[in-house]
Ligand binder design. Structure first.
Ligand code: AMP
Ligand code: TRP
Length: 328
């Protein structure tokens, strides 16, 4: 079974990325043949960016993934722009994608509303490129956070439409979101997801934050005027912390509620801060040495790209043939 996922090389990676996506990538290495993970620099250029910084951010992201437990001989890790098949398949798929489908994408609506200068056509096309990323590998499973559900539904739809029109070439992939904490919320505004671009630093926990900063952010997390540690739609802050605590300590949410049934919010927040500081310690400690070795990172990415290209070029040859492109 093939697994594919992508992650943007923008900003510093946070606890939402880790819980929603990265820990699933690590686990996927054992199940998949192969697990394919892509740093999507072509997606990152759909909003304003700095070229020199982009290259550095790709290394930052690769180093975070390796520090989190991806191993180059157990998965394929590569940079999207190294494999041209993605952009070509994006174009082929655009012909079976309705303009109206893209107009309905939540992420496009949110991101375009935030753009001050230019809402690029690339931003509009973002979900088609994302579909190409996955479909180029005939991947069966896509591990992501809950916010990517609509994008995965669209890629399934595009695969179906392509196959109906041109024959059985593409594979319809399944969404895989974590059972607990698939949507980690901002610590300061728990009605909103933790995000790289929206909200303040105190609302998001970076994977590389030192333990003191992590404790402080949880200590000042926004909760509610009640006192019971239990999940409730009216208690977004506490519900979020229960999910995070469950993941960080490898327990169920029920167990977490039971343990803290007699605690006040203050003690609970303190315990979550401690647990997350411990949970992220291995990543934080492994990161600096990995990040420092840019040649090593470049080697991992280019070897990954060679393996990725080998797989993607087979699908592209089939797709071209099915569409009547090129010589017979
Ligand atoms: P990005 O950094 O936007 O490329 O996101 C990388 C991965 O992290 C995607 O699979 C997202 O679904 C996931 N993700 C981002 N934010 C969150 C969040 N607040 N909670 C859970 N998963 C998230
Ligand atoms: N759009 C995804 C995000 O913002 C990143 C992404 C790009 C992706 N291509 C992908 C995720 C393919 C899964 C599969 O997080």
């Amino acid at each position: 079974m093939r697994i594919f996922s992508g992650i943007q090389p923008t900003g510093e990676k946070h606890l939402g990325n880790y819980i929603g996506a990265i820990r699933q990538y690590v686990e996927g290495q054992d199940r998949a043949d192969p697990a394919i993970y892509c740093i999507v620099d072509l997606h990152a250029i759909t909003v304003p960016f700095d070229p020199a910084e982009l290259r550095q951010r790709v290394y930052d992201t690769a180093a975070v993934l390796l520090a989190s437990g991806l191993e180059p001989d157990r998965c394929v890790l590569f940079r999207q722009s190294d494999v041209y098949e993605h952009t070509e398949l994006c174009w082929l798929l655009s012909t079976v994608c309705a303009h109206g489908d893209l107009n309905r994408m939540h992420q496009f609506k949110e991101k375009s509303a935030r753009q001050r200068e230019l809402v690029s056509a690339g931003l509009f096309f973002y979900p088609v490129l994302q579909a190409a990323d996955v479909l180029a590998y005939r991947a069966e499973e896509v591990p992501v956070g809950e916010d990517q559900r609509q994008h995965v539904e669209l890629m399934r739809e595009l695969a179906r439409r392509f196959n109906e029109r041109f024959g059985d070439v593409l594979v319809e992939p399944e969404l895989r979101v974590p059972e607990v904490a698939a949507r980690v919320m901002d610590l300061q505004e728990p009605e909103r997801k933790m995000s790289t671009t929206v909200g303040s630093d105190s609302g998001r926990v970076y994977l590389l934050d030192d333990p003191g900063a992590i404790r402080k952010k949880f200590g000042s997390a926004v909760t509610d005027s009640g006192r019971e540690v239990r999940r409730d739609p009216e208690k977004a802050g506490i519900t979020n912390l229960i999910g995070i605590m469950a993941v960080a300590t490898g327990r169920g949410e029920d167990e977490v509620e039971a343990e803290f049934a007699d605690s006040g919010y203050g003690d609970f927040k303190k315990a979550v801060g401690e647990a997350v500081a411990d949970y992220l310690a291995p990543v934080r400690e492994a990161y600096p040495a990995i990040r420092e070795d840019e040649e090593g990172l470049e080697r991992v990415l280019s070897e990954g790209a060679d393996r990725a290209r080998e797989m993607a070029s087979v699908t592209l040859a089939d797709a071209r043939r099915a569409m009547g492109l090129g010589p017979a």
